[in-house]
Design a protein around this ligand. Sequence first.
Ligand code: OVM
Length: 405
Amino acid sequence: MRDAGPVAYLPRYDLFAIARYAHVQAALTNWQDFSSARGVGLADFAREKPWRLPSLLLETDPPLHDRTRKLMDRVLSPAAIRALRADFTAAADALIDALVERGSFDAVRDLAEAYPLTVFPDAVGMPRENRRFLLPYGNMVFNSFGPRNAFFEAALRDAAPVLEWVQAQSRREALAPAGFGAVIHAAVDTGEVARDEAEILARSLLTAGVDTTVNGLGAALYCLARFPAQFERLRADPSLARGAFEEAVRLESPVQTFFRTTVHDVAIGRDVGTGGKAGGDGMTSGGMTGDGTTEGEETKGETTKIETIGAGRKVLLFLGAANRDPRRWEQPDDYDITRRAAGHVGFGTGIHGCVGAVLARLEGEVVLTALARKVARIEIAGTPRRRYNNTLRGLASLPITLHAA
Ligand code: OVM
């Protein structure tokens, strides 16, 4: 799809696809042309009723988004995250000690799922019971951004029994007086958000806080297991842990795709340069009408077609493809923990850029630091199994053996 041009049309789902780094980056930072309010999945909320109340964060545009995002920025502020560091580090050290002792285990279930399922609901202020219910719920939501295919239907069946539970956990009464949930609900008292809005914002944490980091940690473990020379470098210098996690998010891109909807005609495909040295933003909007190819343009020896996407069309942004675009990255398919991975779009970018990225990065850092200090070698001990999802890329199972340092 990258090589097909700046934009490709996918007839099966009647949508446009953008897969080159420069154009994905430009679309993500252009909320004026690329709206989130009609849903960031294939379903167009202007035509079909959403299966749940839309997220007040993910599935909104300014000005509503500015108000809710401001609150969530405060909930997940650097200071709030700093306060968690000691507990998150202790939990990572304890878990890795226990797993080294055990030797062989499933890196997905016993580490990538186990770690976020402990530390994240604690930080939110959730009760201990039934935390695993967050997994089928997240799996369902991320499948629901895609077509109503077999993955979607299976995920819906798996999640049906926990839908009511998730809703109940978002309520003020269900959440501890200290924690992210309480901070959201306290904003009702100051009039910043309404009570029903606070519940939907708390739901965002429960939706987006677990499966994402499970697949981020899973990606990092899978990379370190497959690239032993990189794990050696990490062991030699555990301060590379943050970079090792970031590079895994770039390479594997646990969240592969998100949709936007054009609010008017949008022209795509002007020369946006290569290698991130882009001059223009790759987009011009308004004024151009019609559909399909408008004209060809010569740019540095490469003919770039300018296409106009009509108003009200779904556009699929391929974050994973952008993160491996050879126009932007050297040796894009290599896992290199000292690469300058900054600028990757694995956490999105722009006004909808991941609000929880600071927390994800803390989880990645402390888990990889513990591995670097306590483990001499990570051995793949069985056949990894993929978990297929319409949005997420990750594994259902990764049998490994840890050899103690
Ligand atoms: C939300 C939400 C749900 C899924 C993903 C996400 C990656 C946010 O409910 O706000 O961001």
